[in-house]
Structure formats: structure tokens, C-alpha cells
Design a protein around this ligand. Structure first.
Ligand SMILES: NC(=O)c1ccc[n+]([C@@H]2O[C@H](COP(=O)([O-])OP(=O)(O)OC[C@H]3O[C@@H](n4cnc5c(N)ncnc54)[C@H](O)[C@@H]3O)[C@@H](O)[C@H]2O)c1
Length: 267
């Protein structure tokens, strides 16, 4: 059966673990040649090898997304090795839980450098090669922190900024036949999240589907935007969050109201 990404070359940042690694493996199974960029060299090399052992094509490149020299080096290698690029997934991201009143300036700069400047550099450095390859798709990995009010100031600011970056890049790059969309994970089970932590338990309990998502469920949505199945979609946001962002507030009010009404009826 033909793969959804046959003939495509895809670069995935933060692909050494978590949802980036899952996306890399799915993309390779769907026929893409995959370049994994990350700062976790040992894990990145292992993921690329696992893909090759499975019959796919994958290489690992050390890439700190915050550094423009690193992007230039990696894009030069991609050009030399694959002569094309069609897909960029700006997935690398970090989260440090500061609120604005206890913000450390160094951490603020670091979070914005990785989560926002990184994707900007990625788009700037990859778009010319994607254009020269006949066009393609850029997928930015946002967060619900970039769709709603959120207590982690620097992280939320970076992810809201990423949405703005995505929309303006989508507008600019439509003439280059490059689509740009943003996928916003809700709570997804990956190494960034402590499954025994109070946040995990509270948020999975508050999610309308009453569970965390799996990396495979994110990867399926990212594959949709990477593939030609989404050929008429650009500039969009999609939340993969079990209904959290759109349904949680009124659902909890509605459930409380129903419980109160039943309690009154029993009296
Ligand atoms: N897991 C969730 O519930 C969740 C929720 C919302 C958003 N997200 C977002 O999803 C994306 C993936 O997160 P994840 O959950 O898989 O986390 P993760 O920590 O497992 O993966 C993030 C990857 O990014 C890499 N990375 C960090 N700094 C980098 C840098 N400077 N250059 C290159 N790579 C770097 C890490 O080494 C790691 O491999 C992130 O952008 C994150 O903000 C995750």
C-alpha cells in the first residue's frame, strides 16, 4: 500500500524522544525520509537507527533550534544528503513553570529562544529549500498554553507567539506553495510530563475524555497536516486535547447543575 508521505523528506525537531520520536517513526512508516534534529544526541541516534532497522530511512543531526548557525549547518547537510525538503515539524520545546511574579530573566530568554525563536529560525532556514522542492508543509507544535489563559508565563507567551508566527508565515508562504498549521497538544503522555504528579492527575481527570492523550494520537494529527490529505488547509489551529479547551468549562458547570438538580429531586 502506498504511504501517505512517499517521496517526501521531513525534518522533525525534538525528535529524539516524546511525541517528536513517535512522529518520526510514523512518518518513516508512511514512506518519508526523516531527519531528526535534537540536543539529545544519544537518544536521537537510537531513534534514527530504530527507524532504519525497521526498513525506513532516517538520520540524526545534532540541532539546537535556538542557534541559527546550527540550523544553517543542518540544512546544508539535508541539501547534500537528500537534495530536497518537503516537511518541517517544529516540535522541540521546553517548559519551566514560572509565574510572572517570580520570573527569572535567564529562563524567560531561554524558553522564548527554544519555543519561539527556534521555530522562526526553522521556518526561515527551511522555507527556501521546501520551495525549491516544489512546496510542502510546516507544522508547529503549540500548546493549550497558547490558546487559553495559563499559569506558566514564559511558556504561555512562547506558545501564543508561536501561533502568531504560524499565521503570518502561512500568509507569506502560501505563494511558495508551503502550508503552515499549528497543532496544540492537550495533556499527552511523554517524558515532559510526570504521570505521578498532581498536574497529570488533575488535568487528566478534568479532560472531558477523562484521560491523557498518547503520543500516537498527536502523531496522527501531525501526519494529516504533513500529508496531501490536508492540501487545502493552511493557517489553522487544531487542538488534540480530548475536548479540554472547548468543552471543560461548561461541561463541569453542566455536570454540577445536573447533580444539584438530582439532589433537589431526591429531597
Ligand atoms: N506532553 C504534553 O502534554 C504537551 C502539552 C502541550 C505542548 N507540548 C509540546 O509538545 C512538544 C513536544 O513535547 P513532548 O511532550 O514530546 O516533550 P519531550 O521533552 O519529551 O520532547 C521535547 C524534545 O525537544 C528537545 N529539545 C529541547 N530543547 C531543544 C533545543 N534547544 N533544540 C532541539 N531540541 C530540543 C528535547 O531534547 C526533547 O527531545 C513541545 O513543543 C511541547 O511544548 C507537550
Amino acid at each position: 500500500m502506498p504511504g501517505k508521505l512517499d517521496g517526501k523528506v521531513a525534518l522533525i525537531t525534538g525528535g529524539a524522544r516524546g511525541m517528536g520520536a513517535t512522529e518520526a517513526m510514523l512518518f518513516a512508516r508512511e514512506g518519508a525520509k526523516v531527519i531528526i534534529g535534537d540536543v539529545l544526541d544519544e537518544q536521537g541516534v537510537t531513534v534514527a537507527k530504530a527507524i532504519r532497522d525497521d526498513g525506513g530511512t532516517a538520520v540524526y543531526h545534532s540541532l539546537d533550534v535556538a542557534l541559527q548557525e546550527a540550523w544553517k549547518r543542518v540544512i546544508k547537510s539535508v541539501e547534500e544528503e537528500f537534495s530536497a525538503l518537503h516537511i518541517l515539524v517544529n516540535n522541540a520545546g521546553i517548559n519551566v513553570r514560572y509565574q510572572v511574579t517570580d520570573m527569572d530573566l535567564g529562563d524567560w530568554d531561554r524558553i522564548l529562544a527554544i519555543n519561539l525563536t527556534g521555530p522562526m529560525l526553522g521556518i526561515r532556514e527551511c522555507a527556501p529549500l521546501i520551495r525549491a522542492s516544489g512546496g510542502g508543509s510546516i507544522i508547529n507544535i503549540g500548546s493549550l498554553a497558547g490558546k487559553m489563559g495559563h499559569p506558566t508565563t514564559a511558556y504561555a507567551a512562547s506558545k501564543w507567539g508561536l501561533r502568531g508566527l504560524s499565521k503570518s508565515a502561512a500568509m507569506e508562504l502560501v505563494d511558495w506553495k508551503i502550508r503552515v498549521n499549528t497543532v496544540h497538544p492537550g495533556l499527552i503522555r511523554t517524558p515532559i510530563i510526570d504521570p505521578n504528579g498532581i498536574l497529570f492527575k488533575t488535568m487528566s481527570g478534568s479532560t472531558p475524555m477523562e484521560r491523557a492523550g498518547e503520543a500516537e494520537e498527536m502523531a496522527a494529527a501531525v501526519l494529516f497536516f504533513a500529508s496531501d490529505e490536508s492540501s487545502f488547509i493552511t493557517g489553522q489551529d487544531l487542538a488534540v486535547d480530548g475536548g479540554f479547551s472547548e468543552l471543560t468549562a461548561y461541561r463541569s458547570i453542566w455536570k454540577s447543575a445536573q447533580a444539584a438538580a438530582q439532589g433537589q429531586a431526591r429531597k
